[in-house]
Design a protein around this ligand. Structure first.
Ligand code: RIB
Ligand code: CA
Length: 310
């Protein structure tokens, strides 16, 4: 039986790599891909997601459903410096998009699918959590009918990638993240920068992909990203943030987790979007999040390359 999943994306470069991994794995029944504003606008994220499905030749099998076009309470905050204005690092610019997003809203799609497949759906969230927060507010029972939620976001022991304390997905919509973390999901796993920064795709890995339309796409879409990453971090690589969240959905053994109480800062001048992890249970609150503390990075990279290789 394939694992029933919904991918929630703000397709950007690494979301696209996560979609490639999910679909090419052959182990996921992707019920749908919901889009949200984040790296780029909702419209651009949706267009990019359709392009990636066309690259996979799955555009007629997997539907794309649009969600929120802005955070719950804050203005949009795009990340064009990292993903380019188009969101795919300039790759597939001349690819015509011949499919459109499905009718309806992502929030209703998530609720409907979770109701229809109670206890079976894994939500893989690789974007700001606006859609899931809206879904929880609209249908609180969702919390008990979802199988599990895997969130790429946050950082609990390192520095942020937008501000000194905040990771992008949390920073864009901290109110949404707080709602999701406080909703009471029994099985919520946080795949934060603490582990995704160890899942680094290098030029050697790309060479190992061989020569295929997907391999050429991966090379083209990550080229600029790797340059930016080198400037910022001194290593030429593409951090596989979102693909690792998909990897965890495929195989939880790839990471070590520990359950802690985690909350999100929403009222701070310097720390909005910070995922605050109560390692010593100072607040005496029930642990709500399985925090990823370690990752078998080499094993994950092998899985990624093996799955995408021609
Ligand atoms: O911080 C990395 C996350 O923010 C990834 O999901 C990336 O796509 C951006 O959305
Ligand atoms: Ca993303």
């Amino acid at each position: 039986m394939k694992k029933k999943v919904i991918l929630d994306v703000d397709t950007g470069i690494d979301d696209a790599l996560g979609i490639l991994l999910a679909v090419r794995s052959g182990e996921m029944d992707v019920l749908g891909i919901t889009t949200v504003n984040g790296n780029v606008s909702l419209e651009q994220a949706t267009k990019n997601t359709c392009k990636i499905l066309q690259l996979l030749e799955k555009e007629h099998e997997i539907r794309v459903i649009q969600g929120a076009n802005k955070p719950l309470m804050r203005p949009t905050f795009f990340e064009h410096r990292v993903h380019g204005k188009d969101g795919l690092g300039g790759a597939l610019l001349d690819m015509p998009v011949h499919v459109e997003a499905a009718d309806g809203h992502a929030v209703d799609f998530i609720v409907e699918q979770v109701k229809q497949h109670a206890g079976e759906v894994t939500l893989v969230m690789t974007a700001p959590l606006t859609n899931l927060a809206l879904a929880v507010m609209k249908y609180p029972e969702l919390v008990h009918q979802v199988k599990e939620v895997i969130v790429m976001g946050g950082v609990v022991q390192g520095f942020g990638n937008v501000t000194p304390t905040a990771e992008f997905n949390m920073y864009v919509d901290p109110e949404a993240a707080k709602i999701v973390f406080q909703a009471g999901f029994p099985d919520l796993t946080l795949v934060g920068l603490d582990v995704t920064r160890k899942a680094l795709l290098t030029d050697d890995h790309i060479r190992a992909l061989g020569d295929s339309p997907i391999a050429r796409y991966v090379k083209e879409s990550t080229a600029e990203y790797m340059e930016r990453y080198y400037e910022r971090n001194g290593v030429r690589a593409c951090a596989l943030h979102d693909p690792l969240a998909v990897g965890v959905a495929l195989n939880k053994q790839l990471v070590t987790t520990r359950k802690y109480y985690v909350d999100v800062e929403t009222k701070s001048e310097l720390c909005d979007g910070q995922t605050v992890c109560d390692f010593q249970n100072r607040l005496s609150k029930a642990a709500n999040v399985h925090v990823c503390t370690e990752v078998a990075a080499d094993e994950f990279l092998e899985l990624f390359i093996r799955t995408l290789r021609a």
